[in-house]
Design a protein around this ligand. Structure first.
Ligand code: ASN
Ligand code: ZN
Length: 354
């Protein structure tokens, strides 16, 4: 076998120096990790160079290669060539995000790759010019990433987890992308993004998700100003997202109707506050005491993942999600358990159920 997986080093922008697995073939190193996923286009997880191919008709390009197994320069992209060390940096952050997402799913949920069948996925970086978005495309089982704002790319751990989360959703519940189902689809990706962040920031190993390490803000590191795309504990801080369920949620963009479920997950993990001046106060939580205690990232995500991948359907709405979350918590921790009660309280706090 001419292929050999070898340990390399990446100089990333968002995560410092990171250990990566690459492949040595014919004297050159390739950004292909055949230890994570099988089949697919490359027989493993890979990062390709889209070399500014237009978003209207994106071409993934070739897998990144290098003469040594040290990659990137840890700096924002300055436009001097997508194959340069500076151009490799986005690929390093992207591979680190792919690795941590794969390992979180495998090591904490026993779930293989995005589809549960260990099908390898890949990601193409430097799509288009000044393109400020990233997305997962189920038809190629691949992700596309632009260079984002200020050459910083899009490959933070939470954004990588978010986009790849769409791959998990598409392969399981296949939640729709409008109405309440669309909001839950987006929220599921935000939840996974934060869990990948917690996992990766703590080194990306172990069978449980660390209790701390994620910031509960989506994409905070993308802008030099540190302005996040979304706030999970108080989604309305973005001026458009909702904090609680109401019947008008249905007509919103999924990135805004995700708000209540994001807040539910924050409360479930971290708890809420009884102080009316706190951003973690919910007027809908009428149970006594009027604040809930969280059950932590690991248990909260275990319950979410079970409900989302084995119980939700394409048309699950907020009430259905609540009922299936209580069911999942009951199966994992017992009827009337602290965890099952916490789920019902977290949903009550966003005006769903009691
Ligand atoms: N990056 C966006 C997202 O995953 C793309 C979109 O709007 N679907 O939500
Ligand atoms: Zn999304």
């Amino acid at each position: 076998n001419a292929l050999q997986t070898v340990a390399g080093t990446g100089h990333s922008l968002f995560s410092g120096d990171v250990p990566i697995q690459t492949t040595l073939a014919n004297g050159a190193y390739k950004m292909l990790d055949s230890s994570r996923g099988t089949g697919g286009v490359y027989g493993g997880m890979a990062v390709t160079n889209a070399a500014n191919s237009p978003i209207s008709n994106p071409v993934p390009g070739a897998v990144y290669t290098n003469t040594t197994n040290v990659w990137g320069d840890g700096q924002p992209y300055t436009g001097g060539g997508t194959n340069s060390a500076n151009g490799q940096t986005a690929a390093v952050d992207t591979l680190w995000g792919l690795m941590n997402t794969y390992d979180l799913l495998k090591n904490t949920q026993g779930w293989s790759s995005l589809d549960g069948f260990n099908t390898a996925v890949y990601a193409a970086v430097h799509v288009d010019t000044n393109y400020d978005n990233a997305f997962y495309d189920p038809s190629c089982k691949c992700m596309y990433l632009g260079d984002g704002a200020n050459g910083r790319g899009l490959a933070t751990l939470d954004v990588m987890g978010h986009e790849l989360g769409h791959g998990v959703t598409g392969a399981t519940s296949n939640l729709g992308y409008s109405g309440e189902s669309g909001g839950l689809n987006e929220s599921s990706s935000d939840i996974m993004g934060e869990m990948v962040e917690a996992y990766g920031k703590n080194g990306g190993t172990g069978s449980t998700i660390p209790a701390t390490g994620n910031d509960w803000m989506i994409g905070k590191e993308l802008q030099p100003t540190g302005a996040p795309l979304r706030w999970m504990w108080k989604p309305s801080k973005d001026g458009a997202s909702r904090d609680a369920w109401s019947s008008t949620l249905n007509s919103l963009n999924p990135h805004y109707s995700s708000g209540p479920n994001n807040r539910m997950f924050y409360f479930l993990s971290q708890g809420s506050s009884a102080s009316t001046s706190s951003e973690m106060y919910s007027p809908y939580l009428t149970q006594i005491p009027q604040a809930m205690t969280g059950i932590g990232n690991d248990k909260a995500f275990r319950i979410w993942f079970r409900a989302a991948t084995t119980k939700f359907t394409s048309s699950t709405n907020y009430l259905d999600a609540r009922n299936k979350m209580v069911q999942a918590a009951t199966e994992l921790y017992g009827a009337g358990s602290r965890e099952a009660v916490a789920v019902s309280r977290a949903y009550a706090a966003i005006n769903v159920g009691q």
